[in-house]
Design a protein around this ligand. Structure first.
Ligand SMILES: *[C@@H]1O[C@H](CO)[C@@H](O)[C@H](O)[C@H]1NC(C)=O
Ligand SMILES: *[C@@H]1O[C@H](CO)[C@@H](O)[C@H](O)[C@H]1NC(C)=O
Ligand SMILES: *[C@@H]1O[C@H](CO)[C@@H](O)[C@H](O)[C@H]1NC(C)=O
Ligand SMILES: *[C@@H]1O[C@H](CO)[C@@H](O)[C@H](O)[C@H]1NC(C)=O
Length: 261
C-alpha cells in the first residue's frame, strides 16, 4: 500500500508555494514551456501510487549494488553530473527526471569528463527541471527578468524556512541555499507518493568518497560554504525516521576503531 507522502501538510504547502514561484521564474525565463500537466503520472496498470527513487551522487553508492533496486521504481530522479554508464550495478541506468542548474549542466561536462561523462541523461520521455539560482543566474536576466529575480529569492526564503540554516544569519546568507540534491528530493516528495533516497549524505559519510565515480582513490567529502550539509544530513535522517522517505544507508557493522572513538 502506498503511504502518500503528499499528505504531509505543512511541509507540502510551503514547498508547493516554492515550486509555484519557481514555475513562474522558469516560465519568465522561457527555458521550458509552462507545465500543462503534472510532472509525473501513476504508471498504467498499477495501484495508482507513484514510487520514486532519488539518486544523489555520494560515494556511499560505490559498491552498493543498488542499481537493480533503483531501476525497479516507477520513476528515477537524478541531478547534477549523474553518470550511470559504467556504474549501472551501483546506481542503475534509468533517468526519468533530471534536475540541474544552468551551472551544473555545463560544469559537469568538464569536471566529470575523466569519469566518462559525455552528456546529461537523455532517456526517452525524460523530464528536465531547471533550478534557477538567483545569484548565479544574474547574467541570464534581461530587463524583464528583474522581477523574477526577486521572486526567486522569495522561493529561496521558503526553502530556507524548511531547511533553517544558521548560516543564513551570516553575511553570505544570499548564496546559502539547499544543494541541488535537496531540491530534487523536495521535488520528488512533492510529486511522488513514496520516495526512496540513495546517495544522499548520511551520518557515516566520512567512510565514503565525495562522489560515487571516485572509486579508486578515497576522496574527502567537500563542504562548500554555500550549502549546509550538516543540516541536510540531519534533515534526511529525520525524514527517514519519520518514515517520510526511505534513506539508503550502508548496513555495515562499525569497525572496532570506530567504536573506540
Ligand atoms: C538498463 O539495464 C537493463 C537491464 O540490464 C536493460 O534491459 C536496459 O536496456 C537498460 N536501459 C538503458 C536505458 O540502458
Ligand atoms: C524587488 O521587489 C521590491 C518590492 O516589491 C521592489 O521595490 C524592487 O524594485 C524589486 N527589485 C527588483 C530588482 O526588481
Ligand atoms: C538568526 O539570528 C536571530 C537573532 O539573533 C535568531 O533569533 C535566529 O534564531 C537566528 N536564526 C537562525 C536560523 O539561526
Ligand atoms: C569502491 O567500491 C569497490 C568495490 O566495493 C571497493 O573495492 C573500492 O575500494 C571502493 N572505493 C572507494 C574509494 O571507497
Amino acid at each position: 500500500m502506498c503511504m502518500h507522502v503528499k499528505s504531509h501538510g505543512k511541509f507540502d504547502v510551503l514547498f508547493l508555494f516554492c515550486l509555484l514561484v519557481f514555475a513562474d521564474v522558469i516560465t519568465s525565463f522561457k527555458l521550458i514551456p509552462e507545465p500543462v500537466e503534472p510532472l509525473l503520472r501513476p504508471k498504467p496498470g498499477g495501484d495508482g501510487c507513484i514510487r520514486c527513487a532519488v539518486v544523489g551522487t555520494s560515494g556511499i553508492l560505490n559498491g552498493s549494488k543498488m542499481g537493480e533496486e533503483i531501476d525497479a521504481h516507477d520513476y528515477v530522479f537524478r541531478m547534477n553530473g549523474a553518470i550511470t554508464r559504467g556504474y549501472e550495478e551501483d546506481v542503475g541506468n534509468r533517468t526519468s527526471v533530471y534536475v540541474h542548474t544552468a551551472h551544473s549542466i555545463t560544469s559537469s561536462l568538464y569536471l566529470l569528463k575523466k569519469y566518462g561523462y559525455k552528456a546529461a541523461p537523455h532517456d526517452e520521455g525524460i523530464k528536465y527541471v531547471l533550478i534557477p539560482e538567483g545569484m548565479r543566474d544574474f547574467q541570464w536576466l534581461d530587463e524583464g527578468g528583474l522581477l523574477s529575480l526577486n521572486k526567486s529569492f522569495v522561493c529561496l526564503f521558503f526553502a530556507h524556512r524548511f531547511l533553517k540554516s544558521p548560516n543564513l544569519n551570516r553575511t553570505y546568507w544570499a548564496i546559502v541555499r539547499p544543494t541541488n540534491g535537496a531540491f530534487t528530493l523536495f521535488l520528488a516528495l512533492h510529486t511522488c507518493d513514496t520516495v526512496d533516497a540513495y546517495g544522499f549524505i548520511t551520518d557515516d559519510h566520512k567512510k565514503y568518497s565525495n562522489y560515487y565515480v571516485e572509486q579508486l582513490v578515497k576522496t574527502k567529502v567537500i563542504f562548500y560554504a554555500n550549502h549546509d550539509y550538516h543540516l541536510e544530513r540531519s534533515t534526511w535522517k529525520h525524514l527517514h525516521e519519520s518514515k517520510i522517505i526511505r534513506l539508503y544507508q550502508r548496513d555495515e557493522p562499525d569497525t572496532k576503531a570506530d567504536k573506540l572513538k
